[in-house]
Design a protein around this ligand. Structure first.
Ligand code: NDP
Ligand code: 8X3
Length: 250
């Protein structure tokens, strides 16, 4: 019987690549995001390989998150793998020039949103006495960088939650792991720079960044280790990067 993976932020970048790769490698997929048309496209593509169920919600809306998870049909209720991937950066500015709306968005999405999704799924995993949670952190959660302030803080929170969840859920046999990537070329910079394509392109120019598929590959590897093996925390850089500050963030 196929395992069921619940992936947040499956409408682009790392989440989308992960949904595709896991779906092609023996998982049934619950894919979530706000952009319904992207969820439909993903469903059409993945149906060639596996069963897929899509859920449309904003991770900031706790009621909507709960309603969506409660709406899962009976045969989709058991979740084996949760990939907490939905997240983004809003702005890149020295702290004295920061924008409160951007700060709130990052904390609400990257930290509170992750908790809103995790709580009802952890409840299921505890009842099952099994499960695996893979949190997508960042090198920004290991090492802050200039102008990254609140994004870095939000990813440091993910790093702390990953360790703490792993300790708390150990007694139920639930694995908790983190992937902490360096620079990955996705829509991340486009979102950070509020749709400014030229500015977002310069982040990746002349730099051999990671691809979303590289992270998906890692997630598949982590999710398919034997039951007694947990890759608890994987920091992954492009070869061209050796620290959070060694890239042009523009
Ligand atoms: P993308 O912008 O390509 O993807 C972000 C995903 O998150 C989208 O599917 C988006 O879906 C979803 N999302 C964003 N906000 C919300 C929301 N409020 N509610 C529901 N879903 C939301 O970026 P990445 O793939 O790069 O980012 C994925 C994760 O990887 C993030 O947590 C990011 O912090 C992390 N990361 C990225 C790195 C990089 O260099 N790219 C490096 C290290 C970590 P939709 O808009 O449809 O809702
Ligand atoms: C995304 C990578 O270094 O741009 O988390 O913050 S970085």
């Amino acid at each position: 019987m196929k395992k069921t993976a619940f992936i947040t932020g499956a409408t682009s970048g790392i989440g989308q690549a992960t949904a595709l790769l896991l779906g092609q490698n023996g998982f049934r997929i619950i894919a979530t995001g706000r952009r319904q048309e992207r969820l439909v496209e993903l469903k059409n593509e993945l149906e060639k390989y596996t069963e897929i169920h899509t859920l449309n919600f904003d991770v900031r809306d706790q009621k909507a998150v709960l309603k969506a998870i409660e709406s899962l049909p009976k045969d989709w209720e058991n979740i084996d793998l949760l990939v907490n991937n939905a997240g983004n950066a809003h702005g890149l500015a020295s702290i004295e020039n920061g924008n409160m709306e951007d700060w709130e968005a990052m904390i609400d999405i990257n930290v509170k949103g992750l908790l809103y999704v995790s709580q009802p799924i952890i409840e299921k995993m505890v009842a099952q006495k099994a499960g695996h949670i893979i949190n997508i952190g960042s090198v920004a959660g290991k090492e802050a960088y200039p102008n990254g302030n609140v994004y870095c803080a939000s990813k440091h929170a993910v790093d702390a939650l990953n360790s703490s969840m792993r300790m708390d859920l150990n007694k139920y046999g639930i694995k908790v792991s983190q992937v902490a990537p360096g620079l990955v070329e996705t829509e991340f910079s486009l979102v950070r720079f509020k749709g400014d394509e030229d500015r977002s392109k310069t982040v990746y120019e002349g730099f051999d960044a990671l691809k979303a598929e590289d992270i998906a590959d890692l997630i598949l590897f982590m999710a398919t280790r034997p039951a007694h093996v947990n890759l608890a925390d994987v920091l992954v850089f492009p070869t061209a990067q050796a620290s959070s500050t060694m890239v042009n963030k523009s």
